[in-house]
Design a protein around this ligand. Structure first.
Ligand code: GDP
Ligand code: MG
Length: 329
């Protein structure tokens, strides 16, 4: 193991060791791979990471086949996957570089990014998995592209404000995806029986620092402002980035719940990520099926509690930021 890996690699490695689920372990390995400088000295480590990823991937696929579909696909220990789409040069890789520890190649010529790259974006005390996509060849969208969008928990559509064609390029991508039965939508997120797929999407208007950007932002709002919420950002100036993360959190419809043991402080390191509408009994089930089976009551501190430490039962609905002490057995 070479000792000259960046500190962010060590952080990801630490999270890997703490990871509870296979999905989370894979995400950490992908992140370690993205952070790792690619040169001769790290070749062995690169190969080693790839082997570990494919082994875990296989075991995760075996588990998935056994389990079937899990509606809590943003489950505890798993991460929400956010796919970036946009024309070549729209600023996708710059967005990833500005919001994560990964260092994708950024260049002023298109077609710089060759393969999808995964990196973790910190949002509050969570991490979302960003997928930076290679450019779609002009004239045809290869099937891997809509497939990547289909499996996303949310999509960021990037539109270049430094270029008069920006809004039309974004529109062209929407049209191409629709031809592949993938519809980017402000809030709709579902897969229909006929194969049509809707994905919740935020429109990110990039390069607000570029000359003429303000006028083009107006044009973009005219063209697509009814269809999507628009988030103007500058990766160069690091402006407008945080609202994108918070809006993703909102769009995903998730909430964070912290657990505690009686007489002990709450575990603030690792929130359980649940879908909105989650009740105490869902949380108990997430922790362990035996706990759910022997659940007696719970005590709640935080937004859903009428007073701190309120005693509640299985049907109590949780809110983001709640702290829960489960009494079972
Ligand atoms: N002025 C300005 N240029 C940017 C910004 N973000 C990206 N760029 C430039 O736009 C070009 C394409 O960026 P890149 O991130 O590689 O785009 P990608 O092809 O979508 O991944 C590069 O020259 C970047 O330096 C920004 O916020 N402001
Ligand atoms: Mg790129």
């Amino acid at each position: 193991m070479p000792t000259n890996v960046p500190p962010q690699y060590r952080e990801a490695e630490h999270r890997f060791r703490e990871a509870r689920s296979t999905e989370e372990k894979i995400a950490c390995l992908k992140e370690m791979y993205a952070i790792l400088p690619k040169h001769k000295g790290t070749e062995k480590l690169q190969a080693d990471l790839k082997t570990r990823m494919s082994k875990l991937q296989e075991s995760s696929e075996r588990q998935q086949r056994k389990k079937g579909f899990d509606p809590y696909h943003v489950a505890k220990g798993e991460v929400a996957q956010i796919v970036l789409v946009g024309a070549p040069n729209a600023g996708k890789s710059s967005f990833v570089a500005a919001t994560t520890n990964a260092r994708p190649e950024v260049a002023e010529f298109p077609f710089t990014t060759q393969l999808p790259l995964v990196a973790m974006m910190p949002v509050m005390d969570l991490q979302f998995e960003l997928v930076d996509t290679p450019p779609v060849p002009e004239g045809g969208m290869p099937p891997w592209f809509p497939n990547l969008v289909r499996q996303a928990d949310a999509v960021l559509l990037l539109c270049d404000l430094s270029n008069d064609d920006g809004p039309f390029e974004a529109q062209a991508i929407l049209d191409q995806l629709e031809a592949a039965r993938v519809h980017l939508d402000r809030s709709r997120h579902e897969l229909l029986d006929d194969g049509h797929c809707f994905r919740r999407t935020l429109l990110v208007a990039t390069k607000t620092d570029a000359p003429g950007a303000a006028q083009r932002l107006d044009d973009l709002r005219t063209l697509l402002g009814d269809r999507f919420l628009v988030f103007p950002i500058s990766a160069t100036m690091k402006e407008g980035l945080e609202p994108v993360g918070l809006a993703l959190f909102d769009a995903l419809g998730i909430l964070r719940v912290y657990t505690k043991q009686p007489g002990r402080p709450a575990d603030h390191d690792r929130p359980y990520v649940m879908l909105k509408g989650t009740r105490i009994r869902d949380l108990a089930l997430r922790i362990h099926k035996d706990i759910a089976a022997s659940l007696r009551h719970a005590r709640v501190w935080g937004p859903s509690a009428v007073f701190p430490g309120q005693e509640v039962h299985g049907d109590h609905t949780l809110l983001d930021g709640d702290i829960v002490e489960i009494h079972a057995g």
